[in-house]
Design a protein around this ligand. Structure first.
Ligand SMILES: NC(=O)c1ccc[n+]([C@@H]2O[C@H](COP(=O)([O-])OP(=O)(O)OC[C@H]3O[C@@H](n4cnc5c(N)ncnc54)[C@H](O)[C@@H]3O)[C@@H](O)[C@H]2O)c1
Length: 319
């Protein structure tokens, strides 16, 4: 019998490639769609020879086509780190709006269930802490992060409209900071930045005074939460993240201990609209999906560190 097909947009990216792995493992036929503006074929190289895996090079903001049946669509294509979406503001707005619209059209035509990758950024610089799904957010639409935050807010609204108006089965995951192997060292996010600086013998840069907080979720936990949400019958947004909150100052110390570096911490001014605190309220995920994170930072950071160490080594050897 033919296997059910799953389309993962942004499949050559950090999260998309882990989702491809998971769906292959669960016995699906997986199509990864990507235009590689921030992703890399390195992330899916190990899947290329698998007969249950296909790669389509495609800009989903323009047009999407998949022949035959499709059971699930996971829309993960989008520049995701501030450094990327500040460089590509129009593509970011387009993939969240036009790309989402194209994929919802595909879901409707195929009778597929579609899950979209939303983000904790829909809460902006939150005035409520921790953030529950019922919080509407505090976003500056014309600030530098507005291109990402508003694209994602529009994406949620469009998805909900297709659900209520066209009866398309949809799921919305609001992802909080996630980390793990296959992140890019130069994506500007704090975790690869700190590990990369420590491994390259540079001082660790903190933007602001280090009192701002983040909570980091290991990628395997996130993928499990997404898998459960997709298979659930819950169409409202669900936060998936790790509520274990840490200040950036404490986190820098943790990375210094992990890597054994003798580098110090240096401080630079905080960028505009940088959220001061972030922590998911995961009661809905617990109650509806029976999900909670399993990996402590100390466990998730080890394979991540090993991945970056190997990456730096192979890059240096290739020079
Ligand atoms: N990583 C996180 O912590 C996090 C947090 C919240 C939300 N998200 C969301 O999860 C998704 C994946 O994030 P990531 O961290 O894996 O980022 P990533 O940059 O590694 O992956 C995104 C992928 O999308 C591709 N892409 C971008 N625009 C495209 C287009 N128009 N057509 C086809 N492909 C396109 C990129 O080439 C890349 O491979 C994004 O939608 C992001 O907003 C991620």
């Amino acid at each position: 019998m033919a296997k059910d097909k799953v389309l993962v947009t942004g499949g050559a990216g950090f999260l998309g490639s882990h989702l491809c792995d998971r769906f292959i493992k669960e016995g699906y036929h997986v199509i990864a769609m990507d235009n590689l503006i921030t992703g890399s074929l390195d992330n899916i190289e190990h899947l290329m020879a698998n007969p249950d895996f296909e790669y389509y090079h495609c800009d989903v903001s323009k047009f999407v086509h998949v022949p035959g049946d499709l059971k699930y669509i996971l829309h993960f294509a989008s520049p995701a780190s501030p450094i990327d979406y500040l460089k590509m503001p129009i593509q970011t707005l387009k993939v969240g709006s036009l790309g989402t619209h194209n994929l919802l059209g595909l879901a409707k035509a195929k009778g597929a269930r579609m899950l979209i990758a939303s983000t904790s950024e829909v809460y902006g610089d939150p005035l409520e802490h921790p953030q529950k799904e019922t919080y509407w957010g505090n976003v500056n639409p014309v600030g530098p992060r507005g291109v990402y935050d508003e694209a994602k807010r529009f994406q949620e609204a469009m998805t909900m409209a297709y659900h209520t108006f066209h009866g398309v089965e949809t799921r919305i995951v609001r992802i909080f900071n996630t980390y793990g192997p296959r992140m890019r060292l130069d994506d500007g996010r704090v975790l690869p930045a700190f590990i990369g600086q420590a491994l390259q013998g540079k001082d660790l840069t903190i933007f602001g005074d280090g009192s701002q907080t983040r909570s980091f979720c290991y990628v395997d936990d996130l993928v499990e939460g997404i898998y459960r949400l997709l298979l659930s019958d819950y169409a409202q947004p669900v936060n998936i993240g790790n509520p274990d909150e840490i200040t950036i100052g404490e986190f820098a110390e943790e990375i210094i201990r992990l890597t054994g570096t003798d580098q110090k911490v240096v401080y630079k001014p905080l960028p505009q609209d940088d959220p001061k605190q972030r922590r998911p309220d995961i009661r809905v995920a617990r109650e509806v999906l029976g999900w909670e994170p399993k990996y402590a930072r100390s466990e998730g950071l080890k394979p991540t560190y090993e991945y970056f160490k190997k990456k730096i080594l192979t890059t240096e050897q290739a020079k």
